[in-house]
Each structure stands twice: as C-alpha cells, then as structure tokens.
Design a protein around this ligand. Structure first.
Ligand SMILES: *Cc1c(COP(=O)(O)O)cnc(C)c1O
Length: 237
C-alpha cells in the first residue's frame, strides 16, 4: 500500500535546521548566508526523496556513484537544480557524466583532469572542477597531497576545456572532543596560497568542505560550499 510519505518525511524540518545552522555560521564568520552553497548529497537516496529535497530548497545535488546517478538522473527536476559529481571517478566513466553535471569536485589526479578536458572538448564545453586534496594524507583516501598540489597546477592550468574553481576535501574524522578545525584551517591556508599565485585558468572561488557532522566548523574555517547527506535524508544503510 502506498503511504503519503511527503506528509511525514522529516526532510522539510531537517532542511530548515541545516539552513538555519549554516546561516548562523556564515554570519559568525562575517559573511552573508547566501554566500554559502549547500549541496544535498544523494547517495542511496531514492529519486523521489531527492526531488523533495529540491522542493525544500536545495538547488545543487552531490552525486557519488556514476551508476546510481545515471539511474536517477532522468527523474531529477533539472529545471530547479544542478548536479555536482563529488565521488571517486574512474577515467573511463567520465564520458557518462560529462554532459550531465555542472561541476566535478573530485579531481584527484592530472590523469583525471586530462580525461575530463578531453571529454569536455568533445562536447564543446568547459567543465568547472575542484581539485580534491587529501589533507590528512590518509592511505584510504584519494586526492592530491598538499605538497604535490602546487607542482600539478601548471599542467592543469593548460587544459583549456576545464576551469579550476577551487578545492575540495574530506578531512580525517576527528573525535568529538578534538579540535576539528585543524584540517579545515590547513585547507583554508592552501586555498589562500593558491589564490595569491594568480595562475591562469586556476581560480579559487569555492572551498568545498564540511559534511553533516562538521559543516558549521567548516564554514567558520572559511568553507563556502558544504555537502550534507545524513542530516538531511537520515542515516544510510
Ligand atoms: C557522503 C558524502 C558526503 C555527505 O556526508 P554526510 O556525513 O552524510 O553528510 C559529503 N561529501 C562526500 C564526498 C560524500 O561522499
């Protein structure tokens, strides 16, 4: 039997809570609430509920998995939202998403940047990307090591069909009692350093960091893009 899910779905309340908390952190860090972009991270969430998040005010969706995304994409209300790819992306999958997303946040190698450039050229477009930084130098995570990022920039800046718009990171999990802004502040420093170099085709417009557990701390440390899954949609199985 079909139940009326939208009446009971906590997405509405969760959305309001997230917007309120992000706005407070923005103001506390000297910025307007509108300066912070909040992505709805949709992994494992059925497209019907993703649509409800869009109705609740989320206009950018964060996608992790190519296969799952391709299945849900035809049902997304694309006149009211755009899509950013935020998950690990194999070079041989770039071709499936190149015409469906507005930004790829998870560029973790020169090789991937080159393939995005190549596919974007085929489609006659320039793809906005963020460079993913493995700020905690964790074995289990992808991304440029901070000390390798700067040497990669000259080559990446030469790719004419991508436009670097900033940095993205998933910092190590810190215990609740720990100072959880250490890695965020290091990211902020890297962001400012690269910005000051004024490299052609490399712009530092977006600093994407902070998830359900820590997005306020990320905003206070300078993030202007946060990515929220669990706090919006509930826990994943
Ligand atoms: C899952 C995911 C998020 C959201 O994490 P939550 O803790 O559920 O808010 C953000 N960014 C990336 C890259 C993710 O994979």
């Amino acid at each position: 039997m079909m139940e009326n899910l939208s009446a009971t779905d906590p997405i509405w309340e969760n959305a309001r809570d997230i917007f309120d908390r992000a706005a407070k952190a923005a103001v506390q860090s000297g910025r307007a609430p509108e300066e912070i972009r909040i992505l709805a991270v949709t992994k494992t969430v059925p497209w019907e509920r993703v649509g409800r998040a869009v109705e609740a005010g989320f206009s950018v969706l964060g996608e992790n998995r190519v296969q799952e995304f391709l299945g849900k994409y035809p049902h997304y209300p694309l006149d009211k939202c755009s899509v950013h790819f935020i998950g690990t992306l194999q070079t041989n999958k770039v071709k499936y998403i190149i015409d469906k997303v507005d930004m790829i946040q998870s560029v973790d190698s020169i090789r991937l940047a080159r393939e995005i450039d190549r596919q974007a050229k085929k489609h006659g477009r320039v793809m906005d990307v963020l460079l993913e930084v493995n700020i905690g130098a964790e074995e289990s995570k992808s991304g440029f090591l901070p000390e390798c990022l700067e040497e990669a920039l000259p080559e990446i800046s030469g790719f004419k069909n991508i436009h670097v718009r900033g940095l993205m990171a998933i910092p190590p999990k810190t215990p609740p009692e720990a100072q959880n802004d250490y890695y965020f502040l290091r990211m902020r420093q890297l962001f400012v350093d690269i910005q000051s170099k004024k490299i052609d085709n490399i712009n530092m417009d977006f600093l994407s960091m902070g998830m359900s557990q820590d997005f306020e701390s990320a905003i206070l440390s300078g993030a202007n893009m946060v990515r929220i899954g669990t706090s919006l949609f509930g826990g994943r199985k």
